[in-house]
Structures are given as C-alpha cells and as structure tokens.
Design a protein around this ligand. Structure first.
Ligand code: FCB
Length: 459
C-alpha cells in the first residue's frame, strides 16, 4: 500500500505528569496541591488511594530515563509540579524543587531524549486555591511567575514548552462537575476559571519566549469530535453545543481572539453568566490570541451527544455511551481511532495551527504480568497501532502532524480513579516499585526505531 508514512524528524515520545508519578509529596520543600487535598477527602478517589508515593519517580527518575532510553523514545513530555517550585503558589522560589527539574532535564539530554515541559498539569498549590484558585484573577499572575521561574532556569535546554494541559478538564471537571480537584460544582466559577486559564496561557507566552529564546511554545487541549446520537435536529443542535463547550470555547479565543457567540448564548440561557462576562477585561482576548508555535492535542475518544429530554431548566447536551461500543477500554471509553483523524483534520482546516502534535493518546487496560512475568497487553498494542494509522491518515490528508506522545510511560495515579486504571506501556508494581516493560512498550520501541508501524506485539 503506497503511503507517505511518518515524516523524517517526526517526534516519538511518551508522556507523564508530575502529580501522577512523582510521589515525594513533602520532600525538599514541596507544598500541598489541590490534588493532595482532594485525595485526602474521603470518597473522592475511587480506590481510596492518594499520590503521596505514586511511582516514586522523584527518587527513581534515573531508572525511568533508563527505561525510556532502552525503548529508544526520542522525547519525553513531563510536567513541573508548581508546589515544588513555588510552594505557596508565588513569591520565593524553592531552589530544591527547581533543582529536581534541572537534574531531570540534564539526565534526559544526556540520554538524547528531548524534554517537552508542561507548566501546568492540574496541581495548583493549595494556598492559591484558598484564595479562590483559578476563579481568582490573581492566579493568572501567579502562573506567569511560575512560567518565568521555570523557563529562566530550564529555557537554555528545554526547547518545547506547553503552558497548560486540558484547560477544559481543569475548568469544567474541576469547577462545574466536581469530578476533579478542587471539586467545585458551580458553572459560573468554571467559566471564570476557563478565562483565567486562557489568559494565563496568553500572558505566559511572551515570558517563555523571552527566557527560552530558541524554544517553541504551545498549549495542549483535549479535543474530541462531537457527533449527534441521531440525525434529529435536537441531537444535531446538542452536538454543536457540546462541541462549542468542549472545543471551540478554548480554540476560538486562542486562534481568533474571541469567544464563540453561540456558546456564550448557550451559557447565558443556562444561567451560567448571570452578570454577563465582566471577568473578560479589555485587552484580555488580544493577550490570549498571542501566536503560538504548535497545538498539542490529547485524544482518547469521540463524544456522542444527545439532547436531554428537556425540562427547561436542564437542557444541557448529554454525552452518552456510543450506540455500538464495539470495544471499550477499562475507562469505559470507546476505541474510535477515526475520531483522531477527524479531530486533526478539523483542527487543521478550521484553525490552521501550523504544527500539530498529539501530546497524549493511549488506553487504560489492567493486563498484568503472567506466570512468566511478562505483560502481554495485546489490546493496548492494537489501540496504539490503530491510532497511529489514524495519524497517518491525517498526514495523508495534509495535516502538519509533527509528533506523537503515548500516554503513558508508566502505570500511574489516574486522578479520581486512583491506581485502578493502568495506562502505562511499563507495568508498575506499586508495592515494590518494580517496573516491567509491557508488550506494548516493546512494540512502541520498534515503531520508534522504524519510524513506522510495527505489527508485532510481544513482551
Ligand atoms: C488526560 C490527562 C492525563 C491522563 C489521561 C488518561 O485527560 O491529561 O493526565 O489522566 O487523561
């Protein structure tokens, strides 16, 4: 079959985030984050666990870089724990905390692995939350302080910067639905938080560029194509609304410098903007619209949307289980690789970001070691291969896709699911901290080395 294949220089990476792997929650001056507090409240984490130790990556980072080296991955996307660097959120930098990332970056570069650094992957310092968190505009400037401190130290060596990871999850899951820290259930707060997240992104971009002069800056969004559950007018309208809340609410300000009018009206109808949008001040949207170098896309599944059978007060679009879920992962997420092609093509057509990178894609499957101690996670191999074919289809269609990061290097703390959901291509025994490269890890290694899809899936 004639195919263009992955371009030369395509970035092959793996991804993690600080809170999910580091542990060492009170070591070397790290302060508490909202996720520490959320996990400490009983009932919020499915298995009652917390991330005080997690993968103990803080102490084992050299071993974990060794694993990446043995897998031949070219790039590693990690995040910086804000409460390590600025334990109370702003003010005096905790040198020991920043030193950790300095050592990490040097060790990555020594192993010829390119560091891709995310500045915010959800672990807001609790003292900032105590002052209102992302719903308080002063958190915008606190984030810029973080961006400045981290890029001033690492900007000579780190060439790829991601301001935020999935601001929709931070704002909506964290502030409207209460499924993520800080566990609020107030839509008004969620919308204010979303604006402050976007503003902090835009305001940080020139600061990062000033410190990391050869660096490229982007943001990572969770993008899902939104399909109506039926061809009915009501479902089509709901699908468009949901696409607005999930995708366009973030993309339009970043790329066009405006909020989508239909989504503003939808939020108004729902009573979420009772006073209008006074939190959007003159000049904010120009800042958010600051040009960026690439768009990071996290893709796991599509959204299938049905209109609620309206009592008027509750006509929110609903995402529903897919009509024909041929396969579901342990998260209950449908395996739908076509959605990745659709998302990438759509982003390229509608927003022309210049460069797209899949900054997360992967699957939660519990498969553990067999009697011989190998992990034959054939379903994950299948998931990854099919999504890589979806990437190729997007490249064939002209999408400037420059990299792919598999989520995740390690099994880790999967937020409110705790340790029950395993996304790693490396198995982690959380009692002993033993690591075992899964069959998917070996397959991915072949893919990276060949710059092309490998069919073989064996541990
Ligand atoms: C994404 C998060 C990441 C991980 C995956 C499964 O939404 O960015 O930290 O939890 O989902």
């Amino acid at each position: 079959m004639a195919t263009k294949g992955f371009p030369d220089g395509f970035t092959w990476g793996v991804a993690t985030s600080a809170f999910q792997i580091e542990g060492a929650h009170d070591i070397d001056g790290r302060g508490p984050s909202i996720w520490d507090a959320y996990a400490d409240q009983t009932g919020f984490i499915a298995d009652g666990s917390n991330a005080k130790v997690a993968c103990d990556h803080y102490h084992r980072f050299a071993e974990d870089i060794g694993l990446m080296e043995s897998l031949s991955v070219g790039a590693y996307r990690f995040s910086v724990a804000w409460p390590r660097v600025l334990p109370t959120g702003r003010g005096t930098v905790n040198a020991a905390g920043l030193d950790f990332y300095d050592r990490l970056v040097d060790a990555l570069l020594a192993a010829e692995i390119e560091p891709w650094t995310t500045l915010y992957h959800w672990d807001l310092p609790q003292p900032l939350e105590d002052q209102g968190g992302w719903a308080n505009r002063s958190t915008v400037d606190a984030f810029v302080e973080l961006a400045d401190a981290v890029t001033a130290r690492l900007g000579d060596r780190v060439k790829r910067w991601i301001t935020h990871n999935e601001p929709w999850c931070v704002s909506v899951l964290g502030h409207a639905q209460g499924d993520h820290a800080p566990g609020k259930t107030n839509w008004q707060d969620a919308l204010v938080a979303s604006h402050h997240l976007l503003l902090s992104h835009g305001r940080a971009v020139p600061v990062i560029r000033g410190n990391a002069t050869a660096g490229k800056v982007g943001i990572t969004l969770n993008v899902s194509p939104c399909e109506p559950a039926s061809p009915s007018e009501a479902d089509r309208t709901s699908a468009r609304q949901f696409d607005g809340e999930l995708n366009r609410w973030f993309l339009d300000p970043i790329y066009f410098g405006r909020y989508p009018e239909d989504v503003v009206q939808h939020h108004e109808r729902e009573g979420r903007l009772s006073d209008g949008m006074p939190f959007v001040r003159p000049g904010d949207l120009e800042e958010i619209n600051h040009p960026i170098d690439f768009l990071g896309v996290n893709y796991y599944h599509r959204a299938v949307v049905r209109s609620a059978s309206m009592p008027e007060a509750d006509n929110e679009p609903r995402t529903i289980p897919p009509p024909d879920p041929k396969e579901l992962t342990d998260m209950g997420w449908e395996v739908y690789p076509e959605g990745l092609t659709q998302a990438l093509v759509r982003l390229n057509v509608d927003y022309q970001p210049g460069s797209l990178v899949v900054t997360e894609n992967g699957a939660g499957y519990a498969t553990g070691p067999d009697d011989a101690g190998s992990v034959q996670d054939t379903r994950r191999c299948d998931y990854v291969r099919r999504h890589l074919r979806a990437c190729l289809a997007a490249i064939e269609a002209g999408v400037p896709l420059d990299g792919y990061f598999l989520w995740s290097l390690l099994d880790n703390f999967e937020w409110s699911f705790g340790f029950g959901k395993r996304f790693g291509i490396v198995w982690v025994d959380f009692e002993t901290q033993q690591r075992i490269i899964k069959a998917s890890g070996h397959m991915y290694s072949r893919i990276v080395r060949n710059n092309g899809i490998s069919e073989e899936c064996a541990a």
